[in-house]
Design a protein around this ligand. Structure first.
Ligand SMILES: Cc1ncc(C[n+]2csc(CCOP(=O)(O)OP(=O)(O)O)c2C)c(N)n1
Ligand SMILES: [Mg+2]
Length: 503
């Protein structure tokens, strides 16, 4: 898969005009801007922002209202003084279920059916963001939060969402079913059905909130724990299990759902996402790319390179770092001396830290970031501050390196319970709704167990498929050798083992 081919496909899938636009841009002879308003020195100079200011203003509401959103300006001056929290408010375009509503007036916010919401969002309290005893040095004001751990709706001056009761119920359903799927997978590993499982327990809000902020045309580059995002992209969950069972190499076609295969090599997908986003920009395609990675991955050179290239080329990529505070047994303090989101400033694009256990905040911030990327304003880093409630994988024993108290403190911030409290307190869902979700969750459990137990073993020769898009001499040779080796078992004479008596 090449950047050109995927990006071209991506453009073709949309209006069909992207490629035309790209060709026009390439042949117009106009100097591309280099991010400083100067003429480029060479053909490899940074890309021109993908949209005109007028188009971007149309896409995002009014440029006049939010001058920081003018793409030309932000493309040229990506590192504004307030870079760390410079993400502008971005009203959503049509076509997605949940709408971002910057500075929505809490008094006029309504529920589904037009009824006024009984409760309005209160001004955000000083949210305790120093979530771990050993802390990250994070200032408490830095965390974007729309829902407190107790399920109280609060507002934020820059980010908000205006959702109907049904939409909020949908987020709850997504999180419950994802957690159930994850729990089944962990149990199946314990029963010997899977070789390994990397649980997302505790990270449901970060994944569902960000996953539901995306358009179908956006492209996702996950790591190995993004089961909730896969759910949002309609990837068949049993395919994820197949990979951890060792019967497929990912099992889904990345281009069917715009969800790349899971990546185990830490951080590498962040660079892939950036390259893909550069291709999207070259095509003039109207979509964004999102790369998921962890706090540990943020130490990888690939991630630093991705940050540099995305900034310089103004690539439409959102970096979504789930800071679950552990990289296997290494705490975040061993990865960074500053809160991870602040690193963005040094690369010249905005970074923001969001409460990763707050699905509404994750949705609002990610929507703003992808809208910004689509509007040609370049990359943004989101650090979702969350917690890995379970082990790193089923091979890990976290009791060897962290305390029960730490885990208990985070249990009190459970992302699902907090949304449930909100739904119940505000009468946005009744007992019948929760019962229905419970039933659905049971059905999902049954389906997953049944699917894994009946999953066929693969044809052993399948390993040679999809190595290259086209044929390759070396692969052909290896295939032939392996076929011969396999065949040797069928014809092997009796070894005579039965004749050996063991006394
Ligand atoms: C390049 C590379 N180095 C090391 C590893 C081994 N490894 C697997 S997971 C992991 C920790 C990743 O932590 P983080 O990025 O925080 O993600 P999390 O597992 O917490 O979701 C490491 C070091 C790897 N897979 N790839
Ligand atoms: Mg981590």
């Amino acid at each position: 898969m090449t950047v050109e081919s995927t990006a071209a496909r991506s453009a073709a899938r949309r209006s069909g005009t992207g490629g035309e636009r790209a060709t026009r841009a390439a042949t117009s002879g106009k100097a591309a801007e280099n991010g400083k308003g100067e003429a480029p020195e060479s053909a490899s100079a940074p890309e021109k922002p993908r949209k005109t200011a007028a188009k971007a203003a149309k896409a995002t509401g009014s440029a006049a209202k939010s001058p920081a959103k003018a793409p030309a300006k932000s493309a040229r001056k990506p590192a504004s003084k307030s870079t760390a929290k410079a993400a502008p408010k971005a009203p959503a375009k049509g076509g997605s279920a949940a709408k971002t509503s910057p500075k929505a007036d809490p008094k006029t916010r309504t529920r589904a059916g037009g009824a006024k919401a009984k409760t309005s969002a209160k001004t955000s309290p000083k949210t305790p963001a120093k979530a771990r005893a050993n802390g990250s040095g994070q200032d408490e004001h830095e965390l974007v939060q729309l829902l407190t751990p107790e399920g109280e709706r609060v507002s934020h001056p820059e980010y908000d969402v205006d959702l109907s009761a049904e939409e909020i119920q949908g987020l709850y359903r997504d999180m419950v079913l994802t957690r159930r799927f994850d729990a089944e997978a962990t149990a199946l590993q314990r029963q010997g059905e899977l070789g390994l499982w990397a649980s997302l327990l505790g990270q449901e809000a970060a994944q569902i909130g960000s996953g539901r902020a995306l358009h179908p045309d956006d492209y996702v580059f996950p790591t190995y724990r993004e089961h909730g995002v896969a759910w949002c992209r309609d990837v068949d969950p049993t395919m994820l299990l197949g990979m951890f069972r060792g019967v497929n190499n990912g099992g889904w076609d990345p281009n069917s759902n715009n969800f790349h295969l899971y990546t185990i090599v830490i951080g590498s997908q962040v660079l892939h996402a950036t390259g893909y986003a550069m291709g999207v920009a070259k095509d003039g395609a109207d979509s964004a790319v999102i790369a998921y990675f962890g706090d540990g991955a943020s130490s990888q050179g690939d991630v630093a390179e991705a940050f540099t290239f995305s900034a310089v080329y103004n690539a439409p990529v959102v970096f979504f770092c789930q800071n679950n505070q552990w990289a296997i047994s290494e705490p975040t303090e061993r990865q960074s001396r500053v809160p991870i989101y602040q690193r963005a400033q040094g690369f010249g694009f905005p970074g923001v830290r969001v409460d990763g256990n707050d699905v509404l905040a994750c949705l609002a911030v990610t929507k703003a970031a992808v809208e910004r990327a689509r509007a040609g304003e370049g990359p943004m880093l989101i650090e979702a501050f969350t917690y890995r409630m379970g082990a790193h994988t089923t091979s890990d024993d976290p009791t060897r390196y962290r305390t029960d108290e730490e885990r208990a403190a985070w249990e009190a911030k459970d992302p699902i319970q907090r949304l449930r409290s909100y739904l119940e307190n505000e009468n946005l869902a009744d007992a019948a709704f929760f019962a229905r979700i419970e039933e659905e969750s049971e059905a999902m459990g049954r389906h997953v167990r049944e699917a894994i137990r009946t999953m066929p073993d693969p044809d052993t020769m399948a390993i040679f498929e999809n190595v290259y898009a086209d044929g390759h001499a070396l692969v052909d040779e290896e295939r032939a050798q392996f076929a011969e080796y396999q065949a040797s078992f069928a014809t092997e004479p009796d070894s005579g083992a039965a004749a050996v008596e063991v006394n």
